[in-house]
Design a binder for this molecule. Structure first.
Ligand code: GAL
Length: 642
């Protein structure tokens, strides 16, 4: 695995670039990611290009032996462009244009802007497509960041109507598929369909789902247009994009189909503080990040391309600036995060950013260097990680243990019609993932179309739309299968299937969900060390009840190698259910102390201590130590070889 850094030469005097490059190489960094926000410096007026500074910046990095990942600057269209094309900006759900003065102020549906994005991509790729330093291209930056996938613009409306006409052919078919007879919502032509915002109460969920699918398709098309130019002008270089954490607004599997390497931006402390973790976890892991945040995304994004190639394109190197609270990492965590990415098979970890910038929006965001050019604590940890990586050598392939099936439309469906506050397919997936990782298992998060061959256990935490091909695969799958609530509960147009949930899975599992209920906080059915909470289904089934709450309410049904879970997979219940299935699957489970996590790859077991106190490896973890010891300090890493 290589180490790299995100660098903005345009922020610094040219006189220090060579020294920066030298210090990067000395720190053990070999790739530098540049250019993704530099449009106003590349083309300061329409058609007036200034390549001189970028030529010199790339040449300076190259001269120091560094490789370059060059970003297309399309996340930051300059002011002159917005002024010449004012309707290119996204429109929010309240109908307000999104202003200039930060970034990502464009609408994915605007074909004029898409053409501009292709034009600037072509200009940059013509200039640097064959440059020996340029080894990869990054398209744009963090599609969807700052809530920018959905736009309620005139361009989106026109595009949506065309998309609907393509998909449904006749308006009668659309009316029937959406159930528009309900509340007299029937249309006479595609031109009558509006976007689903600004309705009196919620719009038809089928309308929303179609708009989510349409909007996701625009991200795919926007990205694809740039990729085509890069492939033409810079063949043989990788094309990457940097995905975000806990973000599902577009179909990442579909965008990844056009990429060589899926990148993502790992900010474990920011994510812990921002997202739905318990107050206890937010405190216990304030300086480390919850132990499963980074790993979950490593395993999710590795599953996005058939080749499994992925990278961390931005790694938090110290405190960030954008969450409500922004603590500094525990000493050792920057190294730990880096080595955990390696254990999951990353090709690159690139720290964001080289030097903290004393102006504009991210003044308090740490870099590897302080604004006064002195080393920040992250720099020494990056150096340490580089030495560890060199000492450890190549990482072997991970065994196929657990496949956790996730689809982006699952999260759209649970978001559009949650039925119970806060219950989303993404978080069901995360809680199941976390439960499995606490047992020391290695997990692949895969789309429903992936081959399940070789896995011991398959988990569908919450998969409302079950494609027929998945049913066929499961029919002959010899391992254990766990099916979570709401699976098979909708067709592609958001209707409950005529045979009732779990819909097509009834071909494999003899059960029918006849009623669902969501449970407010505190309304629970306690079991032995777990509880039924949040969500419950009444399942009519001839299968065996395997697990019931103390009051007799069933939670888990079993039929052959299939289990159906009729309650929300809250962490304790997920652990109970997945533990049973993993044992039946013949997997070796480890009882790990709080905060300790394992990753198996090749002949090695990598251990990471996310706890703020020391942790000891359980006796079930065996092998010769290659790094660290069996007693891991806080932020400690150990590697054992069998
Ligand atoms: C990312 C983004 C970077 C920078 C960083 C700060 O979301 O891609 O450009 O803003 O966050 O943490």
């Amino acid at each position: 695995m290589k180490l790299g850094v995100c660098y903005y030469p345009e922020h610094w005097p040219e006189t220090i670039w060579a020294d920066d490059a030298r210090r990067m190489a000395e720190a053990g960094l070999s790739q530098v990611r540049i250019g993704e926000f530099a449009w106003s410096r590349i083309e300061s007026e329409p058609g007036r290009f200034d390549w001189g500074w970028l030529d010199r910046a790339i040449d300076t990095l190259h001269a120091a032996g560094l490789e370059v990942i060059l970003g297309t600057p399309t996340a930051t269209p300059p002011k002159w462009l917005v002024d010449t094309m004012p309707d290119m900006v996204a429109i929010d759900a309240q109908g307000r244009p999104r202003g200039f003065g930060s970034r990502r102020h464009y609408c994915f549906s605007h074909l004029g802007y898409r053409a501009e994005a292709v034009r600037i991509t072509r200009a940059v790729a013509e200039r640097y497509g064959q440059h020996p330093a340029v080894v990869a291209w990054q398209t744009d930056n963090e599609y969807g960041c700052h809530d920018t996938v959905l736009s309620f613009s005139a361009a989106a409306l026109a595009g949506f109507r065309r998309w609907l006409a393509d998909r449904y052919t006749t308006i009668a078919a659309l009316n029937a598929a959406w159930g528009n007879v309900f509340w007299s919502m029937e249309y006479r032509s595609f031109d009558e369909v509006d976007l689903p915002n600004l309705t009196v109460t919620e719009a038809n969920p089928a309308h929303w789902l179609a708009f989510r699918r349409y909007s996701s398709d625009q991200v795919v098309a926007f990205n694809r247009a740039q990729v085509a130019v890069l492939r033409e002008l810079s063949p043989g270089r990788d094309v990457v994009h940097n995905y975000m954490g806990f973000f599902t607004e577009f179909d990442h599997h579909a965008v990844a189909a056009d990429l060589d390497v899926v990148g993502w931006d790992s900010y474990p402390l920011g994510f812990l503080d921002t997202f739905r973790f318990s107050p206890a976890d937010k405190l216990a892991y304030a300086r480390q990040g919850h132990p499963d945040i980074a790993a979950f995304h490593h395993d999710l994004y590795r599953g996005c391309t058939p080749t499994g190639r992925w990278s961390v394109l931005e790694q938090q190197p110290g405190p960030v600036n954008w969450s409500r609270h922004n603590p500094a990492p525990l000493p050792g965590m920057v190294r730990l995060w880096t080595l955990e990415a390696m254990a999951h098979g990353a090709e690159l970890v690139s720290y964001f950013r080289w030097r903290q910038f004393p102006q504009a929006q991210e003044q308090h965001h740490a870099g590897l260097l302080r604004p006064d050019n002195e080393p920040a604590p992250g720099l020494a940890e990056a150096r340490q990680a580089a030495d560890d990586i060199a000492a450890l050598g190549a990482v072997g392939a991970a065994p196929r243990q657990v496949a956790l099936v996730f689809a982006y439309d699952a999260d759209w469906i649970t978001d559009i019609q949650p039925q119970g506050a806060g219950l989303s397919a993404l978080w069901a997936a995360f809680d199941c993932y976390s439960a499995l990782r606490r047992m020391g298992l290695s997990i692949d998060i895969v789309p429903p179309t992936t081959s399940l061959e070789g896995y011991a256990l398959v988990v569908l935490p919450c998969l409302p739309v079950v494609p027929p091909a998945l049913v066929e695969q499961l029919r002959t799958f010899p391992g254990q299968v766990v099916i979570g609530p709401r699976s098979g509960s909708r067709d592609v147009d958001f209707a409950i299937p005529p045979e009732l949930p779990p819909g097509p899975l009834q071909a494999l599992f003899p059960g029918k969900v006849v009623r669902v209920e969501s449970l407010p906080p505190g309304l629970v059915h306690p079991g032995q060390g777990w509880e039924i909470s949040h969500w419950r289904e009444d399942l009519e089934s001839s299968s065996q009840v395997e697990l019931s709450a103390d009051d007799g309410t069933p939670a888990l049904f079993k039929h052959g190698n299939l289990r159906y879970l009729t309650a929300w997979p809250e962490p304790d219940l997920a652990r109970e259910v997945l533990g049973r299935a993993a044992e039946d699957a013949g997997l070796i489970l480890h009882a790990l102390p709080e905060g300790l996590r394992l990753r198996r790859a090749g002949q090695r077991i990598y251990a990471f201590n996310y706890a703020a106190q020391p942790a000891k490896l359980p006796d079930t973890v065996t092998g010769t130590l290659r790094l660290g010891g069996r007693h891991l300090p806080p932020a400690g890493v150990a590697v054992l070889e069998e």
